[in-house]
Design a protein around this ligand. Structure first.
Ligand code: HEM
Length: 121
């Protein structure tokens, strides 16, 4: 059975999605302030995590161990506004990439739930 990772085109798709996501983050000062000034490592981590989550290579965990994403965000004050900003940036990024409607729904739904899960204040 093919994975979502394969059906969307593999690593280049996730790199492109993440690049657009961070371009959207630049338009939201409050959200941008949570991130480091140099986004290179952030881009790599997010692309590798998403590729792994959607059935691609396990490079993220091979390098960093179990994702434990909520714990990795625990030092960041993520309120509802930050959550909504993050989700909106990701939905805008999804709207800019070539994706069939089924994969779009699956990814949007995952981001909706996972972003809410990250709220910690
Ligand atoms: C809900 C609002 C969220 C905010 C404000 C937020 C913000 C951040 C910030 C500031 C970092 C640290 C900088 C960096 O290493 O990139 C980070 C890391 C990361 N975030 Fe988020 N994030 C949110 C939700 C999510 C969600 C929903 C996912 C996945 C679906 C995610 C995946 C990641 C990953 C993979 C990392 C890198 C962790 C590591 O390997 O060190 N984030 N996030």
């Amino acid at each position: 059975m093919s994975t979502l990772y394969e059906s969307v085109g593999g690593m280049p798709f996730f790199e492109s999605l993440v690049e657009r996501f961070y371009a959207e983050v630049e338009h939201n000062a409050g959200l941008r302030a949570l991130y480091p000034s140099d986004l290179t490592a952030s881009r790599d981590s997010l692309a590798l995590f998403l590729a792994q989550y959607f059935g691609g290579p396990t490079t993220y965990s091979d390098v960093k161990g179990h994702p434990r994403l909520r714990m990795r965000h625990a030092h960041l004050p993520i309120d509802v506004a930050a959550r909504d900003g993050w989700y909106d940036a990701m939905v805008s990024a999804l709207d800019q990439v070539d994706l069939d409607s089924e994969a779009r729904v699956v990814m949007r739904d995952y981001f909706d739930r996972s972003a809410t899960w990250m709220i910690n204040v």
